[in-house]
Design a protein around this ligand. Structure first.
Ligand SMILES: [Cu+2]
Length: 351
């Protein structure tokens, strides 16, 4: 009994895992290509279901045939065992003939059927690929440059630069112009469809559309280095009016310091290495190595969708970015408590 229980342990673990996965999928549809929110994603999800159903039917049919074969064999050998010794038939020289003939089964099941099924799936795949809106129908163009390990985002027609959080208007074709500053990354927002590589020195185009408002998580889908798993992004799809408000806000230069504390914070920022790596438009800080911080406080997350943009995380990030995202390109900074408080107040004022 104990032996049996022991040998069942891996199975039990597997079942628990499957259950947990299923629950997680049911409770939190975030970042799931099975919860499509735009035309391209819908077609990809449909293709996935067709392949799942077809695959399941074929698998069940093969298993049923295998079971029938096993049953048949056992039946035959039992009949033989019951017969008197002398009457044992000589073993067949070749494999027994299947009903309808062996050749028919092999050619039908092994050649004709796979050709039909795979051709069908191929046609459906090609058709699915055509569904993405044509890039030249773009109403909004977003340029996305992959960096180890964050996303530089700009809107060339709107004169906006930001990072890691992309706003798009619903019901419109948005073209993402993708490239990379270092290694190959891949842009994927499962609920909207896509997945396309960002290649250094080459621009690829991906057209997507969101039908309804929502906040969608996306991520880098091509291994790009130690912090690949923490290279996330957020897409905020919102009605045209909200999008226009957001764009107008992002086009402004950074808010001027209004209190002695925020002024002190700006001085700390400009006096440290921060300014060599980060841009805050309207100030002398024009670094390009890290995300543009002009409207940092308007963003929901920090460090490529890794933590909520709140004071505690911001402080932790500035003092030691290597603690939460080891290997990323921002060095730790030593600050005394007064400097830190001023710097935090200033960054929080950058709405
Ligand atoms: Cu990556």
């Amino acid at each position: 009994m104990a032996e049996l229980r022991k040998s069942l342990r891996p199975l039990r673990l597997l079942a628990l895992n499957a259950l947990a996965l299923g629950l997680a999928a049911a409770c939190q549809p975030a970042q799931s290509m099975l919860a499509p929110r735009g035309p391209a994603a819908e077609r990809i999800a449909l293709l996935w279901w067709v392949m799942l159903v077809l695959g399941s039917v074929i698998w069940l049919a093969v298993m049923a045939l295998a079971a029938a074969g096993l049953w048949q064999r056992r039946h035959d050998s039992r009949a033989a065992a019951q017969a008197p010794m002398a009457a044992l038939p000589a073993p067949p020289a070749a494999a027994p003939e299947l009903p309808g003939g062996n050749t028919r089964w092999i050619v039908g099941g092994g050649v004709i059927m796979p050709v039909i099924v795979l051709t069908g799936i191929y046609a459906l795949t090609v058709d699915t690929m055509r569904v993405a809106p044509a890039p030249n129908a773009a109403e909004v163009v977003v340029s996305v440059i992959g960096h180890q390990f964050w996303w530089e985002v700009s809107y060339p027609d709107l004169d906006i630069t930001t990072a890691n959080e992309i706003h798009i208007p619903t019901g419109q074709t948005v073209v993402f112009e993708l490239s990379s500053a270092d290694v190959i990354h891949s842009f994927w927002v499962p609920e909207l469809g896509g997945k396309l590589d960002l290649i250094p020195g080459h621009t690829t185009r991906l057209a997507l559309q969101a039908d309804t408002p929502g906040v969608f998580r996306g991520r880098c889908a091509e291994f790009c280095g130690v912090q690949h798993a923490r290279m996330g992004l957020i897409v905020v799809a919102e009605p045209q009016a909200d999008f226009a408000n957001w764009a107008a806000q992002q086009q402004q230069p950074a808010a001027e310091p209004e209190t002695a504390l925020t002024q002190a914070g700006q001085d700390v920022f400009l006096g440290l290495a921060c300014a060599y790596c980060h841009t805050i438009r309207g100030t002398p800080a024009e670094g390009r190595l890290g995300p543009d911080l002009t409207h940092l406080a308007s963003r929901r997350t920090l460090a490529a969708a890794n933590m909520p943009n709140v004071r505690g995380h911001l402080a932790g990030w500035i003092l030691d970015p290597q603690a939460s995202k080891p290997g990323n390109r921002m060095p730790p900074t030593h600050l005394d408590s007064a400097e830190l408080q001023a710097l935090l107040a200033y960054l929080e004022s950058l709405e």
